[in-house]
Design a protein around this ligand. Structure first.
Ligand code: F6P
Length: 545
């Protein structure tokens, strides 16, 4: 019989939480609020900033002051703050790829290191490109100024820029329209090209590796589209020079594609894809909103970085969010986590977080290469409120499973209409309260509901949620929000002893697709020794019949 592993401060802290969770489990949020009138004050944090305050209300989480204290012990035992400081110091904490994780340097705008010089140089080039396009100084092949920019990228080369551009709809530059195409499915790029003028369209090929099949295939299609529509006799080199730039860590591949070296923005590989919108990957954001707004986005994230790096554990917003997350997954048993921004401009925020969270935390092997002894990343999903109330909220209220929700609200609407914003916020607060406190059988009876229908009108409640209240949605506050979640993910990774910066899990599917492609282009024929499984072979036969 193997002796149990020696107790460590972490395993002891974890065990204490497990025992505490068993005692707390039967208790309802109704009781927890009834016994502590000052619960909201005790379990909320406010970060005051240059553009107003950011309020984090976690009082509707199924915790008590004791829970929070035990969670802080876990964070200390996991050395979350030490890992944070090691990341900030540029240590090679992404040990499976031998890289540092320096996304904070992308928005630091200080220091005289080689990194700071690279960041400053890239920002200057981004500013110059924005000025050239916004001033209409940059001209296409036929001498026309640029009216439309298309970002060709996927994953971290798409989700962040697309989400931020959408979120900052109230800050759109009037003279340029920015579009995004990511999928290799022609249904993404083809309809977009069909409505654009090739003479005034500019492409940003955004790919850290410059080998991602979807992006390179789309870039070739864009180049062919331009060639087919532009005046004859012009060389492809000139065409690429006037209508393409590349954003990548792989300069050689971009030059091989034909993009002039003066139009290649390179960034170092210490900025992970899902952490890269602060780098030239964010060019689409700068072109869509103006460079000064992109700088404000960086400034907001930088301010949150300073908070993360200096705030004591109990006042640290990212670490608090991380502790709630771990409590819900590992001690309440939540298998999914809903992101519900009551802001239509943040409609792409759940999709962006899906990559940030699930590509960072969707792992089951720890930093030592050992299997995790507990669950890791929940399914991240969501959509803006109030839309969710008319699609998935039935499950949240009466589905019988714990699904923590993050509600994100704005004090001031970014697109005000008389009477709309108060109604929107009323719905958000009502959902959060109804999920937490529900409706008992007695309350249903008091509402004169027929006995036969009573079982359907009981709302168990006790569904945990966190509410984030921003004063406004601006480039600065968006920067704060995104950095808050980046650092939450980092802190969760430290608590789970994971390397959040690699993503080996995406490789197998990509490699298998390369093997199957010839069969689907009928260049290779199915045979008994093609090594394919019966299902894949059957589907290929049906597809190519
Ligand atoms: O999804 C896998 C991944 O490598 C992401 O991490 C990355 O953001 C995306 O593909 C795109 O990669 P690239 O920017 O190199 O094209």
């Amino acid at each position: 019989m193997n002796s149990p592993p020696a107790a460590t401060p972490f395993s002891l802290a974890w065990q204490a939480l497990a025992e505490h969770a068993a005692l707390l489990r039967p208790r309802h949020l109704r009781e927890l609020f009834a016994e502590a009138p000052d619960r909201f004050l005790a379990l909320s944090l406010t970060l005051s900033g240059k553009e107003g305050s950011l309020l984090l209300d976690f009082s509707k989480q199924r915790i008590t002051a004791e829970t929070l204290s035990l969670l802080h012990n876990l964070a200390r035992a996991a050395a979350v703050e030490s890992w944070r400081d090691r990341m900030a110091a540029g240590e090679t904490i992404n040990h499976t790829e031998g890289r540092a994780a320096m996304h904070m340097a992308l928005r630091a705008k200080e220091g005289n290191s080689a990194i700071a010089r690279e960041v400053a140089s890239n920002l200057a080039r981004m500013k110059a490109l924005c000025a050239a396009l916004h001033s209409r100084q940059w001209r296409g092949m036929s001498g026309e100024y640029i009216t439309d920019v298309v970002n060709l990228g996927i994953g971290g080369s798409d989700l962040g820029p697309r989400m931020a551009t959408r979120a900052l709809a109230a800050f759109q530059h009037p003279d340029i329209r920015v579009h995004f195409a990511a999928n290799i499915d022609g249904a993404d790029l083809a309809p977009l090209l069909a409505r654009l003028n090739p003479r005034s369209t500019f492409f940003i090929v955004t790919s850290k590796t410059f080998t991602t099949e979807e992006t390179i295939t789309n870039a070739r299609a864009a180049r062919d589209w331009l060639s087919a529509h532009l005046p004859g006799g012009e060389s492809e080199k000139t065409l690429l020079a006037r209508h393409f730039i590349a954003v990548t860590s792989n300069r050689a591949a971009a030059e091989t594609f034909g993009i002039p070296s003066g139009q290649i923005f390179t960034f170092s590989d210490w900025a992970g894809g899902r952490f890269s919108l602060w780098s030239p990957v964010g060019l689409a954001i700068a072109l869509a909103t103006g460079f000064s707004n992109f700088e404000a986005l960086l400034a907001g994230a930088h301010a949150l970085d300073q908070h993360f790096l200096t705030a004591p554990l109990p006042e640290n917003l990212p670490i608090t969010l991380a502790l709630m997350y771990v409590w819900n997954v590992n001690f309440i048993g939540a298998a999914s986590h809903a992101i519900i921004p009551y802001s239509q401009s943040l409609e792409l925020f759940p999709a962006y977080l899906q990559q940030l969270e699930m590509e960072s935390l969707g792992k089951s092997v720890d930093r030592q290469g050992l299997p995790l002894a507990h669950k890791s990343c929940p399914i991240i999903w969501g959509s803006p409120g109030t839309l969710g109330q008319h699609s998935f909220s039935q499950l949240l209220h009466q589905g019988g499973q714990p699904i923590p929700c993050d509600f994100i609200l704005l004090e001031h609407a970014d697109f005000p209409l008389p009477g709309h914003h108060a109604r929107l916020v009323a719905n958000a607060l009502a959902q959060s309260a109804a999920l937490a406190f529900g409706q008992t059988l007695a309350e249903a009876k008091a509402a004169d509901i027929p006995d036969s229908l009573l079982p359907y009108r009981v709302f168990p409640g006790n569904q945990p949620s966190t509410t984030l209240l921003l004063e406004r949605l601006t480039p600065y506050t968006l920067g704060q929000l995104l950095a808050l979640y980046e650092h939450k993910v980092f802190a969760v990774g430290a608590l789970w002893n994971l390397n959040i910066f690699d993503q080996w899990g995406v490789e197998l599917g990509k490699n298998m697709a390369k093997k199957l492609q010839p069969f689907l282009e009928a260049e290779a024929h199915l045979s008994d020794n093609d090594g394919l499984d019966a299902s894949t072979r059957g589907l290929i036969a049906a597809f190519t019949k």
